[in-house]
Ligand binder design. Sequence first.
Ligand SMILES: [Cu+2]
Length: 444
Amino acid sequence: MFSRRGFLGSAALAGASAISGRVQAASIPEAPTMDKVVMQPPLHPISGPDYRPVVTLNGWSLPFRMNGDWKEFHLVAEPVVREFAEGMKVNLWGYNGQSPGPTIEAVEGDKLRIFVTNRLPEYTTVHWHGMIIPSGMDGVGGLTQPHIQPGKTFVYEFEMKKSGTFMYHPHSDEMVQMAMGMMGMVVVHPRDQSFRPVDRDFVFVMSTYRVDPGTYLPHVNEMTDFNMWTWNARVFPGIDPLPVRLGDKARVRIGNLSMTNHPIHLHGHSFAVTCTDGGWIPESAQLPETTTDVPVGAVRVFDVLADNPGDWAFHCHKSHHTMNAMGHDVRNLIGVSRKDLAKAVGKLAPDGMAMGSTGMAMGNMEMPAPDNTLPMMTGTGQFGPIEMGGMFTVMKIREDLARDDYRDPGPYKFPQGTVAYEVAAPASEPARQKSGSPPMKHKM
Ligand SMILES: [Cu+2]
């Protein structure tokens, strides 16, 4: 856990310093760090206006302190090691010990002072994606500010003009720094707590990497051929589930800082997209959806009434994005006998395995793989292999969850007689046209 030292003592600071544009180095707040890869409990505000906090999948929210009427945060840009899932760790760049960086939560109307210290080997900046702020606070290196050199600290100050869901990322050697995992989310709660309230609130950002099997560093020049499709730099089965109490209204906020769009699909429900990084969508303009496409460099937020209990798959609908690293050059051998082929391949690559002639399902048989490489399809549910990877997790809707309890409730206990089942009687062959019989005549 992060240290609360300095934050609990914020009352002493409150009022001590009125609005000041220029801050002294001595007054830079502590920078908490996080080393856990599981979702941290919601961070209820200990000062400032109240709100229902969000939870960040496999992440956390950055604690703040009040200084007069300023809410002060401290981000530290630095190299980090991120576990994508058990068995694979990647050297990334991030903030405060993790990639992605912590979620920053604030309230509409708040004055934010965000300190950014650069512990990277090259300069950086932070751009506040989607926020309506003065141009000089926009974080575009060279255009709106000098770059933050290694070892230096800059401060950003702005007022949160509107509520919503935003992102932060560098605008400085952007291709490298974003490909290395530098990003995070900003959630600004409405000042009026009766505006579209929800019972549970989740947030994550999508990013993609190409990490060659057996290596530990993403290819930062990759433009299209990614092999790790992540939510908060985690892949299935490493992504936290979304536990929701039956009857709760849940909100899911999704940012996309990858290089392609992701159609995000939730099973068993229909939802409404209620907000983008541009603002709240009026109710009259909301469509009922089961999948929403999240474009590159955008945020989509949906609200769902969790009225259908169970374990509901929640995933990107591009099927290659629910896989881990795979060989893209594998040929489709469905329907091809591979008796001879297997012999030939075996001579060339003893550990190699051709795609099966009946498909790729392998019943959770995992191939030998280099170090630091995840199986392409993995994970086990209560009925057998799930055979997924990448952008896949489960929304777990249960009757018996307590408010604010985001712990994994385990597998769903299906009521008797509600699971698809095998029929004992043999199925009769479907009637088919016999070969040699005359072609069917159609009456015109
Ligand atoms: Cu996708």
